[in-house]
Write a protein that binds this ligand. Structure first.
Ligand SMILES: [Zn+2]
Ligand SMILES: [Zn+2]
Length: 297
């Protein structure tokens, strides 16, 4: 248990700052004045952007999945953090294999998409900005989260409330009623584009953020998504996105969304769900669980 816990703490506490430092030190690789973007399809800056971003996202995704696998293999050691749900069972081997295959296919396509859409970031000046101050970094990341959460909430809600869209697109993601890490990217390609990718990149594109922020934020979002599908409610700061005091209830809320398929359309925050009343069933369920727990003690 100690080894797994230490690894997890090391990743959460050190990985992001380390990765940020790495990006800072290597920002010249991403944003190199000498790396001329001569407008050709395979210019150095464009290729570097696609490859470094892909590497960064792969490291985060597989590190997170490996840690979850370690935890899953020792569930008895993490009972306090495992989200309990008796009415749904652990995903079948077939579903896990299908999800793994689709995830791998998506990852192979990722550098191509990044390369393809490079002109968007270039057009927004992401490669021309000065390396950001800490204040600018924090502000841009926060705005990215707000924009992301808003676009995700509404696109996700439409995918549920329109029965045709749910049946043809979003139902695939909800094959995972018992959420595990591999459910993160198991989604229809259209959902991937409109409800996941566009919300993720919209904030940095709107702000014209420095490319380090744009790429760094993609990693933050990916980690949060894996965490939200992990089936674990790791406490703050082990999971930086599970802090109910500031309206972040990612893991519990999204786990409920999968296991009950009712409300909780938000990603990072619960604000939109609270404002629109789409978290009512979840709140009732939480109260019921608390009462049960109190009665059992
Ligand atoms: Zn959903
Ligand atoms: Zn999900």
């Amino acid at each position: 248990m100690c080894v797994v816990l230490l690894l997890y703490v090391a990743v959460v506490a050190c990985f992001f700052p380390s990765a940020w430092t790495w990006l800072s030190n290597n920002s010249s690789n991403l944003d190199d004045d000498d790396a001329e973007d001569d407008g050709t399809l395979f210019n150095a800056q464009r290729l570097r952007f696609a490859l470094i971003s892909t590497f960064w996202l792969e490291v985060i995704f597989w590190t997170a999945q490996s840690l979850l696998l370690l935890i899953t293999r020792n569930p008895e050691l993490f009972t306090a953090w495992t989200i309990k749900k008796k009415h749904v069972s652990y995903p079948s081997k077939e579903l896990l294999t299908t999800a793994l295959n689709e995830t791998l296919q998506g990852h192979l396509l990722r550098p191509i998409f990044l390369w393809l859409f490079y002109p968007l970031w270039a057009y927004r000046g992401c490669f021309d900005r000065e390396f950001p101050s800490f204040f600018e970094l924090s502000f841009h990341i926060f705005v990215c989260m707000l924009v992301d959460d808003t676009l995700f909430y509404w696109s996700h809600r439409v995918l549920h409330e329109n029965k045709y869209l749910y049946r043809t697109i979003h139902k695939q993601h909800h094959e995972f009623r018992y959420s595990v890490g591999l459910a993160t990217e198991y989604a229809h390609p259209l959902e991937d584009i409109f409800s996941n990718t566009i919300p993720t990149v919209a904030g940095a594109l709107l702000l014209g953020s420095h490319v380090s922020i744009a790429v760094g934020y993609m990693g933050i979002k990916l980690w949060q998504s894996v965490d939200g599908h992990s089936g674990m409610a790791l406490p703050f700061p082990l999971s930086p996105w599970n802090n109910q005091y500031i309206g972040m209830d990612c893991a519990l809320a999204h786990d409920y969304h999968h296991s009950h398929n009712s409300g909780n359309y938000g990603g990072y925050f619960i604000w939109w769900d609270w404002l629109c009343g789409t978290d009512k069933a979840y709140r009732r369920y939480q109260k019921k669980m608390l009462k049960k727990a109190a009665a059992a003690t």
